[in-house]
Write a protein that binds this ligand. Structure first.
Ligand SMILES: [Fe+2]
Length: 191
């Protein structure tokens, strides 16, 4: 047998209910309200107004019970609500993996975008149900709801990769996504 620093968990099946978008058995659920997204929307006044006006839930992340431990492969279902803040589409905080490792996202329902930035280059992938978006090592990633219903995707990621949210505050994401008349409008980050 291979020697592991942390003993792996035992094999098990997880049931995904597409109707309720729940995992069973389930792990922890993370809820991000508008107030958790400080410094991320371009229009800080509009962000502040939205926090004061009920501080809505922007997205939630339901994890499977697989731990975020080295060599394990955790999964989670993210649900981003539809909405905009001064025209900027609702989104996740975005993060970089401190230990540069890849990840995949699978679109489940609604429509969204996967915005990636490596510090110089920026990429955008349209994600719809059935699309697998690949995030290569070293690319920070943020998801965005581009439609008018909840956008859901499954993430599968290396448990030891970690989450660095400060990287996005420091480096930005290269582009911002706005609701335009003809769909998503990507604008320069500083614009
Ligand atoms: Fe990630």
């Amino acid at each position: 047998m291979t020697e592991f620093q942390t003993p792996p968990i035992d094999p098990f099946a997880i049931r995904f209910d597409a109707e309720s978008a729940t995992l069973s058995p389930e792990g922890p659920t993370l809820v991000r309200r508008m107030s958790d997204l400080e410094g991320l929307f371009a229009d800080a006044d509009a962000w502040r107004a939205a926090v004061a006006d009920g501080d809505p839930v922007v997205y939630s992340v339901q994890s499977s019970p697989v731990p975020e431990a080295d060599r394990e492969l955790p999964q989670s279902i993210t649900t981003i609500q539809p909405g905009t803040t001064a025209g900027e589409l609702w989104m996740t905080k975005g993060h970089q993996h401190p230990d540069h490792q890849g990840e995949i996202y699978l679109g489940i329902s609604g429509t969204g975008g996967l915005l990636m930035h490596d510090g110089e280059r920026t990429e955008w992938l349209d994600i719809e149900p059935g699309t697998i978006g690949y995030i290569p090592p070293g690319w920070a990633h943020r998801s965005i709801n581009t439609g008018d219903e909840a956008y859901r995707f499954l993430a599968v990621y290396p448990g030891g990769a970690g989450h660095d949210y400060g990287w996005v505050l420091e480096h930005g994401m290269g582009r911002r996504a706005y609701a335009g008349a003809a769909g998503v409008e990507l604008r320069p980050f500083g614009g």
